[in-house]
Structures are given as C-alpha cells and as structure tokens.
Design a binder for this molecule. Sequence first.
Ligand code: HEC
Length: 207
Amino acid sequence: MFSTYIFFIFAVNLPSSTNIILIFKFLKMKKISTYIIVFSGFVFSLFFISCEKDDPDAVFIATQADLDAAVNTFELNVTGKPYGDATISHNGSSLPADSTFRDIYTNLANKADAVEKGTIITKHTFGMDSSGVRTNLNVTFAMIKREAGYFADGGDWEYVMMPFDAGVNYTTFPNGVLPDTSSAMRGKLANCAACHAAAGTDYIFIK
Ligand code: HEC
C-alpha cells in the first residue's frame, strides 16, 4: 500500500502525458482504499506545488530566457535628468546623463503592475553625437527582483552590467547575454544600489 502511495505521488509530479497514463492505470484498480489514497495523494501534491510557488523566500535565479522576455517598453529615449542624475561611471569611462539616451524595458505586463520576485527591468544606454543625435548602444543594465532578504541595501534587486559586445546577436538576445552569477558584472553591486536607494521603496526611478 505504501509503495502504491509513493508511486502515485511520483506520477502526479511527472509531465502530463505520462502522468495521465499512470493515473488511468490506477483507476482500473477496484479497491475503494486505492481511490482514497489516490485522492489524498492528489490533494497533497497540489498543496506542495502551491507552497513552492508562493514562497517569497525561495531563491530565484534568472535565466537567459527570463532576461530575453523583458521586452515590454517602459520608456524610450530618456535623456538628461528627468528622474534624477543617471550619470554612471562604467568600464573606466563616464556616461553622463545629458549625453546619453536610455531605453527602458520590463517583463511586467503593465507599467503600473506591482514589482515582485522575478520582475526584470533593463536599461539600454546609447551614446549621443555632438549634434544631439543618438548613436550606438554602449551598455545594457538590468535589475532582477530577487527573493526577500537577498540584498537588503539594494531593495533585494540583483544588479547587472552588460557592456556592448559586437559578438552578441541582439535580435536573439535583445537585452544582451546574462553574465554568470559568479561574475563581477552581476549581483549585489553596491554602486548601483547606493544611487537607486534614492528612488524610494522599490528602488526604481521611473516607476
Ligand atoms: C548616480 C545614480 C545611478 C547609478 C550609480 C545607477 N543608476 Fe540606474 N538609474 C538612475 C536613474 C536616475 C534612472 C532613471 C532613468 C534614467 O534617467 O536613465 C535609472 C534607471 C535604471 C534602470 C531602469 C529602472 C529604474 O530604476 O528606473 C535600471 C535597470 C538601472 N538604472 C540599472 C542600474 C544598474 C545595474 C546600475 C549599476 C551598474 C545603476 N543603474 C546605477 C540612476 C543611477
């Protein structure tokens, strides 16, 4: 009986087609106790799955696919300092707010949606020529909302820098290629957090 129970729990968590076949095999069994076990196993699995999804402390590590999905426009062509001074020193050179253009994207469906674990916002920073015309992509920044407690001084955001790379296909990877979690370009970046703390509760300037 115990092995039947374990078998069912396992079956419920398998990909759907395999799952359905296994469940039908069980339903052929006539004993009422089997039905009870099958049902309780089902309820237990639902409970387990829902806990896993809702737990705000569960670690969230963004993948390349998550980054690629942040393509909803938040705001385009931001220049100057409408939200505060966005001047950033990066790769030894300064990117002054007044001589860059920034395009900001997100995976939030609507700008007004609440930020939650898994929210990603990216900012593509472009240069400006002497006549004020937008030039090439210089760097893409990203903020990835992590689990509660990840980085208290940084609003629990993971900060990412992705300098322009001629080797990257920006059609395939619109926000660039996500560095590994061990990279110095990704994580609890104190410089980013120190300035973004001024943005308020969510650490986001444009929201
Ligand atoms: C000196 C202050 C300052 C620093 C340092 C800074 N930012 Fe920002 N950031 C801003 C401002 C201001 C905006 C608002 C949009 C704009 O004007 O470009 C912004 C916008 C953003 C956005 C869009 C979401 C938002 O908050 O509006 C992302 C993503 C972002 N920054 C990432 C980073 C990352 C990653 C770093 C560190 C490498 C960083 N920023 C460092 C000031 C700063």
